[in-house]
Design a protein around this ligand. Structure first.
Ligand code: LLP
Length: 452
């Protein structure tokens, strides 16, 4: 199974190559690294570090690029439901909504966020392998546009909810096409052994079951075979299987009007790899274009991943035994992807002089008390002293949303750059907020003399 471990040591792109591959980044000789023209050092000076910085222009441009690629192959009517889980910040949701995106949500919380950001319920698709009766009641009472149902058991629950609410519910069945997405095992979802979707050989009988239940309008199918898929091959295979299933269901007399193609389009964390959306759209058109389907998709990472960086300051450079460590003030609690998936992220010094200096291999780590709190091993970086800034690249997706407060580290600040302006969109969490929801039972409480 492929992992994310990145290029071989020594074959890694240097700072100049990483910047050159990302149109929103550039290195100004005076201001240092800029994102959409705004100096990251200025943002760090105002917000402190660690801080997430997102580029609105990059997200808009990517959304439009995807739209254009679909239109180019005659699929301009495809509805794009942004996968909120990738980055659920209200500002990101609001800007994608303004571009015409709907939302793909997987929890009551994501549904509420999407609604709060101004996305109409009718533009929301509710996915997820374990929706509770309460989740389904909320989705139905809000009037979401579509529920992606993943099992026979969920169909029965949803039918009861629809009946009780007295309104029919539009749904599609998320099926498992049993295709290897050739990505990291932890984010592969479309193999028979995975927990997701309806098993391929049961799709026809479950569709008939859905059609037989009161209160339900089965309108089609959905698939999602995994995330960070970096070649079109798995999509090619999955779309071919979906087209085949659609004709089988239609031949059995079922209405199949919609197909939700899911998300999963990978990005290039290094430089050069990854699939083009033009190629992806071409494969979509080839298999699905002539089938008289209302097509939908749920991209997350591709839209927002490249648009964000995690800004961090060096705490200290530590030499020990044979080891050379650069300890940052960001950690696995902020960006967990390297610790969780061995994910490779580019790391670029923010100061122009630093970025241009010759590098030596160093392990880039955070201050959390776990060896896994490592952003990179043996990364070629110039000598960086305390307070030097670095940007960890491509942190716009599955970054802040996966943060925790492990080691009682407050959640980082965030900023949005938009044109020549930028704004703080989340302040750093206050230390006292770490325990604001906690109470100590009266029998344990002792007066804190320092507060008396
Ligand atoms: N639709 C469904 C049903 C999904 O489960 C997902 C992602 C998406 C859409 C969006 O997929 P995307 O276009 O972003 O690949 N935390 C992992 C990624 C987990 C993806 C989970 N599902 C990571 O950091 O790589």
């Amino acid at each position: 199974m492929a992992d994310f471990s990145g290029p071989a040591a020594g074959a890694e792109p240097d700072a100049a190559a990483l910047i050159a591959a990302r149109p929103h980044l550039s290195m100004d000789p005076v201001q240092g690294l800029t994102l959409e023209g705004v100096a990251l050092a200025d943002i760090a000076a105002e917000l402190g570090t660690p801080a997430w910085v997102y580029g609105a222009g990059t997200i808009r441009a990517r959304f439009r690029q995807l739209r254009a690629a679909l239109a180019e192959v005659g699929l301009g009517d495809t509805q794009i439901h942004y996968a909120v889980k990738a980055n659920d910040h209200l500002a990101i949701l609001a800007l994608l909504a303004a571009e015409g995106a709907g939302a793909d949500v997987v929890s009551g919380g994501e549904l509420a966020r999407a609604r709060h950001a101004g996305i109409a319920a009718s533009h929301i698709v509710y996915s997820g392998v374990g929706k509770s009766a309460q989740d389904l009641r909320l989705a139905v009472s809000e009037g979401v546009g579509q529920i992606n149902v993943e099992s026979r058991e969920e169909l029965a629950m949803l039918s009861a909810v629809a009946e009780a609410a007295g309104r029919p519910v539009d749904l599609v069945l998320r099926v498992n096409p049993d295709v290897d997405a050739e990505t990291h095992a932890k984010i592969t979802t479309g193999l028979a052994e995975n927990k997701f979707g309806i098993a391929w050989e049961e799709v026809e009988s479950v569709y008939a079951y859905a059609a037989s239940l009161p209160g339900l309008n089965p309108l089609g199918l959905a698939m999602h075979i995994g995330s960070q898929i970096v070649s079109v091959g798995p999509f090619d295979a999955a779309f071919a299987r979906m087209a085949d299933m659609i004709s089988r269901l239609r031949a059995a007399g079922h209405t199949v009007a919609r197909l939700d193609c899911g998300g999963g389009i990978g990005i290039s964390y290094e430089a050069g790899q990854g699939i083009s959306v033009a190629e992806y759209a071409g494969v979509m058109a080839r298999h699905l274009g002539g089938l008289d389907l209302h097509l939908m998709m749920e991209p997350g990472r591709w839209l927002v991943g490249p648009a964000g960086v995690l800004l961090s300051a060096v705490v200290l450079a530590k030499k020990t035994g044979n080891g050379s460590f650069l300890v940052l003030d960001a950690a696995m609690n902020d960006l967990v992807r390297p610790a969780m998936y061995d994910a490779w992220h580019g790391i670029v010094p923010v100061a122009a002089a630093d970025a241009g200096a010759p590098g030596a291999p160093v392990d880039v780590v955070g201050p959390v008390c776990e060896t896994g709190d490592t952003f990179a091993r043996g990364r070629l970086l110039p000598p960086l002293g305390p307070d030097a800034l670095v940007a960890i690249l491509d942190a716009g997706a599955y970054g802040a949303v996966m943060s925790s407060t492990y080691n009682a580290r407050p959640l980082a600040a965030a900023a949005l750059v938009d044109g020549s302006r930028w704004a703080a969109i989340t302040p750093r969490q206050e230390i006292a907020a770490l325990w604001a929801r906690e109470t100590v039972p009266a029998w344990l409480a002792t007066a804190d003399e320092s507060e008396a």
